[in-house]
Design a protein around this ligand. Structure first.
Ligand code: BTN
Length: 224
């Protein structure tokens, strides 16, 4: 794996997406990002002390199996955090949660060619030793806050990157999900309602108790 370290960058995902000669298994790790991006067009706060990194994979899988990339990345982070003494779970599709607060966000950007994902940029931001900004204190948490001590963020990143190459599976992903079988708030861009998520299917869709299947592009879930 080729690993690039940088003090400051706009976005590690953008760096890998713009590479003229994309090289398989290139990772970039930044101390700070000035234009960190989140899912659904949101920005992602990236203060010093956090772990901000992206990995480029070429030809990772068939397009129909692309949810596996999300599952693998979420599990890779959960397993790495566990190795450092932090017990985390996944909020579908791939937010990593500790004590009801977000400790890590993942942004996966795929390029599809016919039946295949020809390129996948897996971007991961973990609150490690960074100070959580006042305005997000109720919804975000850091490793430092959980453990009451700082850890080596580079060692945590190395563990996640290692895990990204493990053969992880859907059952393992499902076992680590929060809110399955519980009533949650479902938010679409037109309405908000309550329902129960019966299961997350291997294609990545949430199956609600009434049989409806919805993708994470269509809905966001919130605990009650
Ligand atoms: C989210 O929670 O909405 C996803 C956040 C993903 C943030 C990471 S930090 C490294 C990589 N570079 C980015 O610009 N975003 C991802």
């Amino acid at each position: 794996m080729k690993t690039i370290y940088t003090e400051k960058i706009s976005s590690t995902n953008d760096y890998l997406k713009k590479l003229k000669k994309p090289l398989e298994d290139t990772a970039i790790i930044a101390k700070r990002q000035t234009g960190g991006r989140g899912t659904k067009g949101r920005s992602f706060i990236c203060d010093e002390g956090g772990a901000y990194f992206s990995l480029l994979k070429l030809y990772p899988c068939q397009a129909k199996d692309s949810f596996q990339i999300m599952e693998n990345s979420a599990l890779s982070v959960v397993k790495a955090l566990k190795a450092f003494g932090v017990s985390a779970k996944i909020k579908w599709p791939n937010d990593i949660i500790v004590n009801g607060k977000k400790i890590c966000g993942i942004l996966i950007e795929n390029v599809f060619e016919g039946e295949y994902v020809s390129r996948s940029v897996i971007g991961i931001g973990i609150n490690v030793n960074n100070q959580i900004a006042g305005e997000i204190k109720d919804i975000a948490i850091s490793v430092k806050e959980v453990l009451n001590k700082e850890i080596d963020e580079k060692a945590l990143i190395a563990t996640v990157l290692y895990n990204l190459y493990l053969p992880l599976n859907h059952e393992e992903y499902v076992k680590n999900l929060l809110y399955i079988g519980e009533e949650v708030t479902i938010i679409t861009n037109k309405s908000t309602y309550k329902s129960i998520i019966e299961q997350i299917l291997p294609n990545g869709n949430a199956k609600l108790i009434d049989g409806t299947e919805l993708s994470s592009a269509e809905i966001t879930i919130r605990p009650l």
